[in-house]
Ligand binder design. Structure first.
Ligand SMILES: C[S@@+](CC[C@H](N)C(=O)[O-])C[C@H]1O[C@@H](n2cnc3c(N)ncnc32)[C@H](O)[C@@H]1O
Length: 183
């Protein structure tokens, strides 16, 4: 029992050290925060409101999750691979007393089911967005909104585009639309 706990502890420490040394670029994107103004703009563009469930893929320091819950009244979930940023964002969520509406999970978002999300936000890379397309189409419901900062989804037509803030809003099509588009 004792040696199992030590083994798990060592594995967790190794994973944290590896991410600290190598960064999370290998799993999707490195860390760079979106400015507070653009976070608000992302949530406005997607029409975030109290009935929404917002998932931020690669939630960094938790700023999108916190803003979605605090200022837009949504339920918000962050998925983040870097354990230190997970701990930091959890501490901020507790300090702001948002535990009932916001949470951050540690892990690789490619391995998490996104089906309850009504809005998905991300600031990743062009390649990672490309790899996410089939997952978003398979798991999100028709009408779910996807907002990407800087990077786009090649082959998808944005419903809205904010050129100044480099934001693109996409809406997941229903089956009929998808068949018509051949996606
Ligand atoms: C450019 S930062 C954006 C952070 C935050 N969403 C924001 O807009 O301020 C990208 C974040 O995604 C995380 N990340 C990259 N690939 C990931 C993956 N496959 N699973 C979970 N987190 C990932 C990185 O650790 C990093 O914190």
């Amino acid at each position: 029992m004792g040696s199992a706990i030590i083994g798990i502890g060592l594995m967790a420490f190794g994973a944290a050290l590896g991410l600290f040394l190598l960064g999370t670029a290998a799993v999707g994107a490195g860390w760079e925060p979106t400015s507070r103004r653009k976070v608000s703009r992302m949530l406005e563009l997607s029409g975030t409101g109290p009935t929404d469930i917002v998932y931020d893929l690669g939630s960094g320091d938790g700023r999108i999750v916190i803003e979605a819950a605090k200022s837009f009244g949504a339920r918000a979930v962050g998925l983040e691979a870097d354990p230190l940023r997970v701990l930091y964002s959890r501490a901020m969520i507790s300090l702001m007393r948002l535990n009932g509406r916001a949470k951050v999970e540690w892990g690789n978002f490619f391995h998490v089911d996104l089906s309850e999300a009504t809005i998905v936000t991300m600031f990743l890379t062009q390649g990672t967005n490309q790899r996410l397309k089939s997952k978003l189409l398979a798991e999100l419901s028709p009408g779910a909104r996807v907002v990407s900062y800087v990077w786009t989804f090649e082959g998808w037509t944005p419903k809205k585009r904010d050129e100044e803030d480099e934001l693109s809003l996409y809406v997941i099509p229903d089956r009929v639309e998808r068949e018509a588009r051949g996606t």
